[in-house]
Design a protein around this ligand. Structure first.
Ligand code: TXA
Ligand code: MG
Length: 324
């Protein structure tokens, strides 16, 4: 079983594991990440092994500062202004790779672009001390709900990794927003912890959405974040053999008889809902109900990312595709 160590005492043991080509689960401000040295093929391979993730799904390289970022990726003006505005924070930029950047090709699954992010907190300290970027997908088995607590990581991956660094519940609760500059415009590849509107306000133009050329965010297209129970969206009523995931102060009909109930945010606050999303899904899933019925959630602000994750959780599972 993995050891769980408080972030305050975990820096040295985490560094030792990374230097030895091993992986370590770490808190970031978005979700927990399963980190390996992005320049070490063994470390990166162990990430895929522990997650059971299809190899062709590329990972995000996490950096400690702009110098490290510019060594890895080629910044255009728009991407640079976004980095200045939002890093460290829940924004991932997809950039062309700088030749000879030392990133192991397994990280990018052979793409000539790379996803880059500067996280806040323990992860950033770890990278600065390592002096190298780390690759870190969300610390969950492939296709499962992302972990927002050290306990959730340990329950899922504990028998496959040696250390989980405990930084408490992650403040944002959703993965980073992923964007890519395309000829003077920006495309939203994955909604996430920074609302699209915040990015649009920062750059003064609308984001392009959907229908991007090529694979872009290949992990983002199919059934993901899947609990064991089926997931039913926009529920206005709930059956006795269903658990209910609520939002706001108006309840779905029949809620008193639901198998279990959690509210993402009683006051209808989308930020609070984002923070609670994965943990509440996991709690409701443990009840063993046939399905999780989800009350309607508005799609403005962070609601876009919340609804994105929920619709993936609700997607048909009979043809599982690569998961992030
Ligand atoms: O908040 C986050 O982003 C978390 C924390 C741990 O940093 N990480 C995370 O990583 O969510 P992961 O591996 O679960 O999701 C990474 C996403 C995938 O959908 C992948 O397809 C996309 O990033 N991606 C990676 N490299 C890409 C590239 N070169 N072009 C387009 N999409 C890329
Ligand atoms: Mg993931």
């Amino acid at each position: 079983m993995a050891e769980i160590l408080a972030a305050g005492v975990a820096l040295k043991p985490a560094l030792a594991l990374l230097r030895a080509g091993d992986v370590v689960a770490i808190p970031t401000e978005t979700v927990y990440g399963l980190a390996g040295d992005a320049t070490n093929g063994i470390g990166v391979a162990r990430i895929f092994e522990a997650k059971g993730r299809p190899r062709f799904n590329p990972l995000i390289a996490h950096v400690a500062d702009m110098a490290m970022a510019e060594h890895i990726g080629l910044f255009d003006r728009l991407s640079e202004s976004l980095a200045l505005a939002f890093w460290p924070g829940p924004l991932t930029l997809v950039l062309p790779q700088r030749p000879g950047n030392g990133i192991h090709p397994l990280v990018t699954a052979g793409l000539d672009t790379i996803a880059l992010r500067m996280p806040r907190g323990f992860g950033r300290d770890l990278i600065a001390n390592l002096g190298r970027p780390i690759a870190a997908p969300s610390a969950n088995s492939s296709g499962r709900i992302s972990a927002t607590t050290a306990q959730a990581v340990a329950a899922d991956l504990g028998d496959r990794i040696r250390l989980v660094v405990n930084g408490g519940a992650t403040p944002v609760g959703l993965e980073s927003t992923i964007v890519k500059a395309e000829g003077g415009r920006l495309r939203l590849l994955r909604p996430g912890g920074i609302a699209a509107g915040e990015i649009e306000a920062a750059v003064g133009m609308a984001l392009l959405r959907g229908g991007s050329a090529g694979i872009e965010a290949p992990g983002m297209l199919a059934s993901h974040y899947a609990p064991d129970a089926a997931v039913r969206l926009d529920a206005r009523t709930v059956a006795q053999d269903e658990a209910l995931l609520g939002f706001g102060d108006r309840r779905a009909e029949g809620w008193q008889h639901a198998a279990a109930f959690r509210n993402l945010s009683q006051s209808g606050d989308l930020r609070e809902a984002a923070t609670n999303l994965f943990a509440h899904m996991q709690e409701l899933d443990r009840v063993g109900a046939r399905a999780i019925a989800v009350e309607p959630i508005p799609s403005d602000g962070l609601g876009e990312a919340i609804n994105d994750r929920l619709s993936r959780a609700a997607a048909p599972r009979d043809n599982p595709a690569p998961a992030a």
